[in-house]
Write a protein that binds this ligand. Structure first.
Ligand SMILES: Nc1ncnc2c1ncn2[C@@H]1O[C@H](COP(=O)(O)OP(=O)(O)OP(=O)(O)O)[C@@H](O)[C@H]1O
Length: 360
């Protein structure tokens, strides 16, 4: 089932619009992540899809059917929340069966379905236990099985992994992806964790302040951010932002004049700064900066450089190229992860495709 929003707005208090004129389509059978900082409107968007909240304006479609006025039950969505919301007095089997019991599905049929789902989410050995006897990860598996029991049209997951420890998060993240691929259910997954979204999603919608910043594949988001917000929000450590004033002449042979005129900042990912003599230095640019600090964390390097009176971070300069504590470092840039943006934060040039993006 695909989901379509047409100019959807929402306010909770009839004053400030928490979401403003959202129009987008969530593709059928794919996993889409809603990603953004706290308060950007992710859960509100999810609740509009589920029917728990009616929009203040606009229309919502499931395939071609207008569901704007339908409630959550009528939309047949499955929901999983971060706190699992399992019934503590019921066994795992009873929890998974519960939605089917409410729907008056025959006992033999619901037991078969529950057993099939338990197998899918790997909780077959826990069926007789109560939620209190399970780990967080196991509880979340049961919650997912329960939400899938009635073959929902869409599965909605609201920060489902945030109560789990780091290792379990990664394990469950991969597990959810496998379950989604095995069932083919259209899934919307809310997270504020970019790593989670990058690993699990077919498409990522980045929200900020109630507006869509960019909506595309994880690789596109990383390689071709549409604006400064996305470029800084995605990528860890964060991209460096350097004022372009005084550097324009370095770029004049590389960049069309029109783009250069508009550009005010250079955005460079830390891994895109390389030693000038490196074979990876793909752009015909050379800069000098003062080494401020360097640290190695296992396979990772963190080199701080004072450049244009600003401290920037480089993670791809090898320790062999660092000779003295305060040396002048000559560095260059890779073609990937290098962008120019204008006053409004819009990316107007991207080194990786050497074309003007957003040329209007
Ligand atoms: N029931 C409500 N009444 C009034 N304002 C609300 C309500 N729920 C959310 N908001 C406001 O709407 C905005 C979006 O909230 P929402 O919960 O959708 O954000 P979010 O991106 O899911 O945040 P988080 O990651 O912190 O859960 C926030 O400014 C929030 O304060």
């Amino acid at each position: 089932m695909k989901v379509r929003f047409e100019d959807v707005s929402l306010n909770y208090d009839k004053q400030k619009e928490v979401l403003q004129d959202l129009s987008f389509e969530i593709p059928k059978g794919k996993l889409t992540c809603l990603l953004g900082p706290s308060g950007c409107g992710k859960s509100t968007t999810l609740n509009l899809i589920s029917g728990l909240l009616p929009p203040s304006k606009g229309r919502i479609y499931f395939d071609e059917q207008d569901v704007t006025k339908k409630d959550a039950l009528g939309r047949r969505v499955g929901m999983v929340f971060q706190n699992y919301a399992l019934y503590p007095h019921m066994t795992v089997l009873e929890n998974i069966c519960f939605p089917l019991k409410m729907a008056k599905v025959k006992k033999t049929d619901r037991l078969k379905r529950a057993n099939d789902l338990a197998k899918l989410v790997h909780v077959t050995d826990e069926l007789a236990k109560r939620p209190g006897e399970l780990s967080g990860g196991q509880q979340q598996r049961v919650a997912i099985a329960r939400s899938l029991a009635k073959s929902p049209s869409i599965l909605l997951l609201d920060e489902p992994l945030s109560n789990l420890d780091a290792r379990l998060r990664v394990e469950m993240r991969d597990e959810i992806r496998k379950i989604q691929l095995a069932t083919g259910v259209t899934t919307v997954f809310v997270t504020h964790d970019q790593d989670e979204a990058m690993h699990i999603a077919d498409k990522i919608m980045i929200l900020n302040d109630g507006k869509i910043q960019q909506y595309t594949t994880p690789n596109n988001i990383y390689d071709h951010p549409s604006n400064l917000f996305v470029a800084k929000f995605i990528g860890n450590p964060e991209a460096n932002v350097i004022p372009l004033a005084g550097l324009e002449s370095n770029f004049s042979s590389l960049i069309p004049e029109k783009a250069l005129k508009k550009a005010i900042s250079l955005i460079v990912r830390p891994e895109s700064i390389v030693s000038a003599n490196s074979a990876l230095a793909a752009l015909p640019l050379k800069f000098q900066g003062q080494l401020v600090d360097s640290r190695r964390f296992g396979k990772e390097m963190a080199v701080k450089i004072n450049f244009q009176d600003k401290e920037i971070l480089a993670t791809a300069i090898p320790s062999e190229d660092l000779k003295s504590a305060t040396q002048l470092l000559e560095f260059s840039l890779k073609t990937t992860g290098v962008f120019l943006c204008d006053q409004a934060g819009k990316v107007v040039w991207s080194a990786s495709d050497e074309r003007i993006v957003n040329d209007d």
